[in-house]
Design a protein around this ligand. Structure first.
Ligand code: GLN
Length: 385
């Protein structure tokens, strides 16, 4: 029996497949981007209270009012975006649903969408599912820089949107104001939208602050800003994210969201509201902890001979393993998992065509120090035996 054409040209997530492989071999999994530590205790207690307190049926489709109010306050203060919780916000099941809802709301089949690569793997299938044709623009190693001429050449009359993920997965790049102004200028000139993925907005190691594209002149009405709680509050399994956009765009996104999922989990939305009331110190500690974890992992990788540019944000590093004999990333990762007992994500799943990532592996450090040291111990043993 025939399947739909739209599912023909992409595979299941390589990131999640790596997790299944790692689990089967008992490997230390620095592949899929998820912490092995808990969300803040205040959130867990609030979730228990919500479950026992009757919040177990559908919430209002676009998110409970207190959560939207909390997100709007955060958007105004932290992102510098004017945000009316009733008109501008749709709470979705993670940034993942937010992205596909945004794409389905604005892209017609055949439209072009500009995507930087290496790219977070979801953007490929998102383009396929919405009928968009991705137009890839390189982030150039070692510093993952943008070539302005190359970026301009990617835009045309057919361009409907550009996807901007900052801080970036998988490179760790934090887009500068100048780069975002360049992108904003092209969006205005070619009259197209921007969809941003800002899920790592609170995880930054450099002096460049996180800047939201929607806060730049003329961008509020043409940008869909996506973020969520997964990474900031270590709750990737709660599936809570949101789209922040103009009322017209929000109307379209809410329609898609309604028929994709009806809504995000109600009791967890109640608990998420508590997360946004955590004090400044929570975010300071988040940075200190992530900086330490990053240092632990990067030292082990460097010692083992991986080549990489120190990431400025998020919690991933795209490491080149050519010096370690990596000729085919998927085979190399299988060997790491089965023989060394460690896992990363094959680099090819972040590139189009995939061959461009053959010598690379993505590792992540949202793990307890002990987990990172166990990874390092196994890596060192392999390299010195
Ligand atoms: N964003 C995370 C990553 O890149 C998790 C992906 C996922 O499994 N949804 O690993």
């Amino acid at each position: 029996m025939k399947l739909a054409d739209r599912v023909r040209d992409f595979t299941e997530s390589v990131i999640r497949e790596t997790t299944r492989l790692a689990n089967a071999h008992g490997a230390v999994n620095l592949g899929q981007g998820m912490p092995d530590f808990d969300p803040p205790p205040e959130m867990l207690a609030a979730a228990e209270r919500a479950l026992a307190g009757g919040y177990n049926q559908y919430a209002v489709t676009w998110g409970i009012a207190p959560l939207r109010q909390a997100i709007a306050a955060k958007a105004r203060e932290f992102n510098g975006i004017d945000c009316d919780p009733d008109a501008h916000l749709t709470v979705c099941c993670g940034a993942t649903e937010s992205m596909i809802a945004a794409m389905l709301a604005i892209v017609d089949p055949g439209d072009e969408v500009v995507v930087f690569q290496p790219y977070y793997e979801n953007y490929g299938p998102d383009a396929q599912l919405s009928g968009a044709k991705p137009v890839w623009v390189d982030l150039h190693p070692p510093e993952w820089s943008i070539d302005p001429d190359e970026l301009r050449r990617a835009f045309s009359k057919k361009t409907r949107a550009i996807i901007v993920n900052t801080p970036n997965n998988p490179t760790g790049k934090v887009f500068t104001r100048a780069e975002l102004e360049l992108i904003a200028g092209l969006c205005r000139e070619f009259d197209c939208y921007a969809i941003t993925d800002e899920i790592y907005e609170h995880i930054i190691y450099c002096d460049t602050p996180h800047i939201s594209l929607a806060s730049l002149p003329g961008m509020a009405d043409r940008t869909i800003t996506i973020s969520g709680l997964s990474k900031t509050f270590s709750c990737t399994g709660w599936r809570l994210g949101y789209c922040l956009a103009s009322p017209a765009l929000t109307g379209a996104i809410r329609k898609v969201h309604d028929f994709l999922t009806v809504g995000a989990p109600h009791p967890l939305q109640v608990a998420a509201t508590v997360a946004y009331s955590l004090p400044r110190e929570y975010y300071d500690k988040l940075t200190v902890d992530y900086r330490r974890r990053r240092g632990i992992l990067l030292d082990y990788l460097r010692e083992a001979g991986f080549q990489f540019h120190d990431p400025d944000g998020a919690y991933y590093v795209m490491a080149d393993a050519a010096d370690l004999g990596c000729a085919h990333d998927v085979e190399f990762v299988k060997m790491l998992v089965s023989q060394v007992g460690i896992a990363g994500v094959p680099g090819s799943s972040f590139y189009a065509p995939p061959e461009r990532g053959r010598s690379k592996v993505r590792f992540m450090w949202a793990k307890k120090d002990d987990t990172l040291h166990e990874f390092g111990k196994r890596l060192r043993k392999w390299r010195t035996q």
